[in-house]
Design a protein around this ligand. Structure first.
Ligand code: NAP
Length: 494
């Protein structure tokens, strides 16, 4: 006989960033037992770690909130990084989550016990605890990638990665070098160009830039948002945002279709009409298709990069010397400060924690070719382990909060099987996952991300590591797990 009584569950949530906070709220609302493990001393994840000048969120602020926690206080259409951090801090306070979070607690290992159907969570300090469910919400872009450039350690001034911002480093009136022209490097150019004596922007690849509007909300508008949340919804669900997302996902999956043509036309027109100096124009002209790398959404980059203090250096860096950067052609750029906007190791996820699932399967072994997860959420061999913003999800395609909320709805239905006592453990079957991955990889290769450029979207084999279908397909997939794709072990009869 299968037990059908409610089973009290203990959950471990790993990470107190946007996704971990979401899981904590949802579990708290169910009055379930959970602990959030956070490696740092504060909540916020990416918004805690990134404090560089110019940091802003390129999803409209009113769309970058939990659907159940609208925020009338946003100052502008696009919010600054510190405002976003403030939003999450006030959400954590409102839901009284601080006591549920163990700060300075880095998870070093997860071990599945098939006898008890539980995970043992081991922390870096050696302490252990046991849980029925693990929610991995440890983020994607949080292990800085430092460039392998000869002599980096020899630089005499401050040299630091953008996610490790050094507030003491000379910027005002200084000679500053900035390596990297992803979303981060571009935002930094727009924020420090007028403060520096000189900014040398070392650009290995130029970017396509999608022009977007930016404007401040007035106090009257904020007051109206406070009185009438429908006004917030009108922005959140406006065609300018949600319609654009749908058009964007149509474009990336139909790369010769009308939506992609429109994106390319807008970016090209913006480029052609904005850059005045012909030499700079050629430096900034991309030689790959728009949206192949993550599109830059900016209202000011092309104007700011033309500031006289900015020099875009497109030559090859030979080495870093104590006083600056030597180019392959012998040119030397003397610098006081060197900023490394060189991105992140996007294939780590919960690692370096050692994760061991059924029959001794490790995450490193399972991900030997590439990090994968079933619909970006669950993993064969790793029962009762659920990922928020895990590998191959639509990261970069639409708001990560919307993604996490939809993933939570999917996960919650699987956890329900455990809650109701209908399952002791749940994970996708190897066959279902392999069939899914085969479909995903075939589709991913035809997306714009696979159209011939380098980016952190590509896995080690060159296949785009992202969700390759539309927004609606994602919403449909997350609405209800297909239980026939899952190995559902029933509990021992009572
Ligand atoms: P990124 O997109 O990976 O860009 C890294 C940059 O560093 C690239 O320009 C890369 O050049 C360059 N680079 C790497 N190694 C180099 C080397 N050895 N020599 C010279 N150049 C080197 O990283 P990111 O800019 O930090 O952005 C990562 C992601 O974070 C974004 O795509 C986005 O998803 C997210 N983000 C979002 C926002 C936002 O507004 N919401 C803001 C910042 C970041 P190549 O292109 O030639 O490889």
């Amino acid at each position: 006989m299968t037990a059908t009584t409610n089973r009290p569950l203990r959950h471990a949530v790993i990470g107190a960033g946007m996704a971990g906070i979401l899981a904590a709220i949802k579990l708290k609302q169910r009055a379930e037992d959970f602990v959030v493990y956070e490696k740092a001393a504060k909540i916020g994840g990416t918004w805690r770690e990134n404090r560089y000048p110019g940091l802003s969120c390129d999803v409209p602020a009113h769309a970058y909130t939990y659907s159940f926690e609208p925020y009338p206080e946003w100052q502008a259409y696009y919010a600054t990084g510190s405002e976003v951090q403030g939003y999450f801090e006030q959400v954590v306070a409102k839901y009284g989550l601080a006591a549920d979070i163990r700060f300075n607690s880095e998870v070093s290992a997860l071990d599945w016990d098939a006898g008890t159907n539980q995970w043992t969570v081991t922390l870096a300090d050696g302490s252990r605890d046991v849980f029925d469910v693990v929610i991995a919400a440890s983020g994607v872009l949080h292990h800085p990638r430092l460039p392998e450039i000869e002599g980096l350690d020899s630089f005499e001034g401050p040299a630091f990665h953008t996610a490790r911002w050094d507030d003491t480093a000379p910027i005002d009136g200084a000679k500053v070098g900035l390596i990297g022209s992803g979303s981060t490097g571009i935002q930094i150019v727009t924020a420090i160009n007028k403060k520096v004596d000189k900014l040398v922007h070392f650009q290995r690849s130029p970017q396509w830039v999608m022009p977007v509007p930016q404007f401040q909300y007035t106090e009257e508008e904020r007051e109206a948002f406070r009185r009438d949340p429908a006004l917030i919804d009108a922005i959140r669900f406006a065609d300018e945002y949600i319609g654009n997302i749908k058009r964007f996902t149509d474009a990336i999956t139909d790369i010769d279709g009308p939506q992609m043509t429109m994106i390319e036309d807008v970016c090209r027109q913006h480029f052609e009409s904005s850059i005045r100096d012909p030499e700079l124009k050629e430096k900034l002209r991309p030689n790959y298709r728009a949206a192949c790398k993550r599109l830059i959404y900016s209202w000011c980059y092309y104007e700011e990069v033309q500031h006289p203090a900015v020099f875009v250096e497109t030559g090859k860096i030979a080495r870093i010397e104590p006083k600056g950067v030597r180019m392959a052609d012998g040119t030397f750029h003397e610098l006081d400060t060197l900023i490394l906007a060189t991105g992140f190791q996007a294939d780590k996820f919960i690692r370096p924690a050692g994760v061991t699932g059924e029959n001794g399967m490790t995450l490193d072994a399972f991900w030997a070719t590439r990090p994968t997860a079933h619909y970006a959420v669950t993993l064969p061999h790793f029962p009762n382990l659920f990922m928020l913003n895990g590998p191959t999800g639509p990261v970069g395609n639409f708001s990560l909060i919307d993604i996490a909320e939809r993933q939570w709805d999917y996960i919650d239905q699987l956890i329900d099987l455990l809650r109701k006592g209908e399952a002791a453990s749940v994970m996708p079957t190897v066959d279902a996952h392999n069939a899914y991955e085969e479909r995903r990889i075939a589709a991913a290769k035809t997306t714009i991300f696979g159209s011939g450029c380098t980016s952190w979207y590509l896995d080690a084999t060159g296949v785009p590591a992202s969700w390759p279908w539309s927004y609606d397909a994602f919403a449909d997939a997350m609405a209800k797990p297909v239980l026939s794709e899952y190995a559902i072990r029933t509990p021992v009869a009572a």
